[in-house]
Design a protein around this ligand. Sequence first.
Ligand SMILES: [Zn+2]
Length: 246
Amino acid sequence: MIGHRFDANGAHFAFTDRWGGVSAVPYEELNLGGAVGEEPAAVRANRAAAAGALGLDPARVVWMNQVHGADVVEVDGPWGDADVPSVDAIVTARPGLALAVLTADCVPVLLADPVAGVAAAAHAGRPGMVAGVVPAAVAAMAELGADPARIVARTGPAVCGRCYEVPEAMRAEVAAVEPAAHAETSWGTPAVDVAAGVRAQLARLGVRDVEDAGVCTLESRDHYSYRRDRTTGRLAGYVWLNREET
Ligand SMILES: [Zn+2]
C-alpha cells in the first residue's frame, strides 16, 4: 500500500504502490484517482485506507484537479463545498494538513521546509515540468517563508528516461527549455527524462536535499503506468507537517 515513506524533522513524505485496496481489474487494487472511470465508492474506500495507513484523517487530505499546467494555489484546509481548483501544485503552511498528488508515470514532487512549516505537492509531467510547475511551487513556498536551502524534496515513482520514448521533435522542444531532460531509451530512440528535468530545476533554485524513490512505473508491475496500460489507476504522493514539531 505505502511503497515509500520518508520522514525528516517533522515533515512526512509518502508514495503509494498499487496494492492493498478494493479496486477490481483494470484498476486493481489501490486506485486513488477519482477521474479515471472507476466507481467513486471504491476510490473513497481506497483513499480512506491509504490515509489510515499513514495515520491521516482522510478528510484532512487535499487533492487537486490536475491539468498539466504550472498554476499553484495556497490552501489552509479541505476544499469543502468549493470547487476543486484546476492546478498542478498546492502549498500550505497549515500543520497536519496533507497535500496529495495523483500520478501514473508523471513525476510526483513533494516539498517541505520543516523549519518554516511550509509544504507543497506538485504534479510534474512533461508539460508541467516544461511549464515550470516545480519552480512555481518553490516560489509559492518562499512567499510563505520557506528557504530553498532548507527544503526537503522527494520525487516518487515515475516513468524513467530510458522508457519514456517521444518523437525527436518533442525531445528537442523539451531539451530547449530543460537540457537535463534530454534522454535516450534503452533501445536507442529519443526520450525525455522528466525527473532529471525536475532535479535540475530544483538544483538551480538551491534545493539540495533531493531524493527519488527510484522506481520506474512503466517497468514496475507494482505501480500504475498510463503508458503501459492506458486504462489504469492512479498512485498518490502525500506530504504533511507535524503539528508538534513545526
Ligand atoms: Zn523505465
